[in-house]
Write a protein that binds this ligand. Sequence first.
Ligand code: HEC
Ligand code: HEC
Length: 289
Amino acid sequence: MSNKVEKDEFSGTDTTGHEWDGIKELDTPMPRWWLWTMYASIIWAIGYWIVMPAWPLISSHTAGFLGYSSRGSLEQELADATAAHAEDRNALVTMELSAVKNNSQLYQFALRGGKSAFAVNCSQCHGSGAQGAPGFPNLNDDDWLWGGDVDAIYETIKYGIRSDHDDTRIGEMPAFLTDEMLTKEQINDVAEYVLSLSAEREDTAAVDRGQEVFMENCASCHGDKAKGGRDFGAPNLTDAIWFYGKDKDIILRTISRGRNNVMPAWVDRLDDATIRQLALYVHSLGGGE
Ligand code: HEC
Ligand code: HEC
């Protein structure tokens, strides 16, 4: 092994001076373009450190001369978007809700806004497609506890149901066993009666006894024909749509221990234009009256 640097005849490049068994190592320089690209990257990086937020500090980071932050730019974009929609939002809050449909551009704007506000605020309880779940009503059907025209929906969303707002909708399904208003037998009978309204029942004697119990204890809220009562948010008991479930066990539990699910009031959380968009969106889902 020798250490002599010499010029390689064939390529014209210097060798490193390393040689093994007659094979010499060439000391080929980096291509120019590569070197320049690397220098340019270094200069770019230094410039970037100076103008953009870059280096971590103990509890923050260097801000950079431009003061850019992705959060700031998002805020700006949101403000721009709100400003761009200001006209539509103003129109929405000054118009009768039922009249918005006649203005197709404004109506489309409301539905789009309502859809995204629903995904953010409502879907965790009502489901992403507003299909509901036991105790959380399906908003796609035309079965309404509190009313399905757009103004009624608007009021429900604004003040909630059994919420902490003073103007909330109230109505209570009493706990007939817990509060000793009915006996277990009476509750079984009235459950049979309720079930008989939507399906054949075998124990017709219980159904007959249950009807009496119903007239005395339940009709005041659910109606003589058990078609429901919107003043109290009492569900229609004659259809195939069940709020809590169609099984007898569930119905027994409802009558025995009562039910009082809560829908929050949105008036203090969302602005009026958004609540109106939501009302129009929910109304458009298929069941609007
Ligand atoms: C914390 C869960 C929850 C959230 C969040 C929620 N809701 Fe509700 N909502 C309920 C419950 C529970 C009821 C049924 C109340 C009752 O028992 O009458 C209900 C009822 C309703 C009703 C009345 C249905 C009828 O049949 O009359 C409408 C309309 C409604 N919600 C719309 C919305 C909208 C729009 C949002 C989003 C802004 C929303 N809800 C967010 C729980 C929720
Ligand atoms: C003071 C009014 C009131 C009275 C009286 C009343 N209910 Fe209710 N009932 C309601 C309300 C309100 C609901 C809905 C509860 C909720 O939204 O969480 C309800 C819900 C129900 C449900 C659940 C329906 C479903 O779709 O899952 C059944 C079943 C029911 N009531 C049966 C009865 C029976 C039987 C009686 C008489 C023994 C009775 N109710 C008396 C107000 C009343």
